[in-house]
Design a protein around this ligand. Sequence first.
Ligand SMILES: NC(=O)c1ccc[n+]([C@@H]2O[C@H](COP(=O)([O-])OP(=O)(O)OC[C@H]3O[C@@H](n4cnc5c(N)ncnc54)[C@H](O)[C@@H]3O)[C@@H](O)[C@H]2O)c1
Length: 308
Amino acid sequence: MKISILGAAGFIGTNLAIKLAEDKSNVITLVDTVDSFFEPHRKMGLGFNYRIVNFNEKTDFDRLLNGQHVVYHFFSSSNPTKSNLNIPFELRDNVLTTSLFLEACVRQNVHKVVFLSSGGTVYGCEAICPISEDSSTRPITSYGVQKIAIENLLYLYNYTYKLDYRIIRLANPYGPYQRPNGQLGAITTFIYKALKHEPIHVYGDGTVIRDFIYIDDVVSGILNIVNGDIKLVNLGSGKGISIKQILGLIGQTLGIELNIVFDKARTVDVPVNYLDITRYIDLFGNPVTVPLDEGIKMTAAFLDKNYV
Ligand SMILES: NC(=O)c1ccc[n+]([C@@H]2O[C@H](COP(=O)([O-])OP(=O)(O)OC[C@H]3O[C@@H](n4cnc5c(N)ncnc54)[C@H](O)[C@@H]3O)[C@@H](O)[C@H]2O)c1
């Protein structure tokens, strides 16, 4: 199968590419903005093809998608923290660009588009936890708005042109290859800071509740959903845990005393978010095979070897 991953040099793209390469019949093309982002991938020797492209209104998506069967849409111009700083650009860079991408998917007869939406932001703060796929969507960030808009575009292109798609509303993934830069990925960032014995900055008082899932379980979950029949599925652990509890677990698991600094809470953070994963469980069983303490140990080992 010919598979392209757009936004492939990032956290989830990298882990998915490694898994897909286990099937030698897959021809995998990794696409991202900067050639040097692929240095780790080249060292893996897994036979990936590489394309360096910045997705925008001028991108020649037809050339990129020609002959591709399954295309993973894993790029986003921003993250929940930053997206409200420039709402019009957020919509242009993601919604408009994705519409042009989908037009090309239709012209090039792409079989299936896989979109990583955000279980953490599309529902906003009105939904009741655990949040099911049928809950209302009232995002409080333009990141969440663009995700919902792209979900609706996928519905539209399927309705109009029969373009097949899957939408994964993903909770909070963590693990190897997540960049520990503090923008996304609380667990990975906290572990990195802990290993370096640096202060850990927490927004608010640590009572914010999130739904964390280890990256290997995310990758297995994505592949199950891609190969299944249901178009929209939540993927998370289905359990909420507070930031304070996570910090306690990291300190205890790694045997490190953490230096925690509590900063002002942010308006972009919904207070509580964890997903109802009943739909996933009914289709494929429990997605969680890696408990949090094991995931913390594996993430710490990776960060220790590659970053610290
Ligand atoms: N990590 C999370 O917590 C999380 C949760 C839910 C959904 N998602 C979504 O999953 C997808 C993948 O997330 P990730 O954690 O791997 O992100 P990431 O930031 O690690 O990787 C995204 C990659 O996309 C590339 N990219 C961004 N804009 C681009 C553009 N215009 N042209 C070409 N490449 C571009 C970046 O260079 C980056 O390598 C994103 O759409 C993200 O919104 C992430």
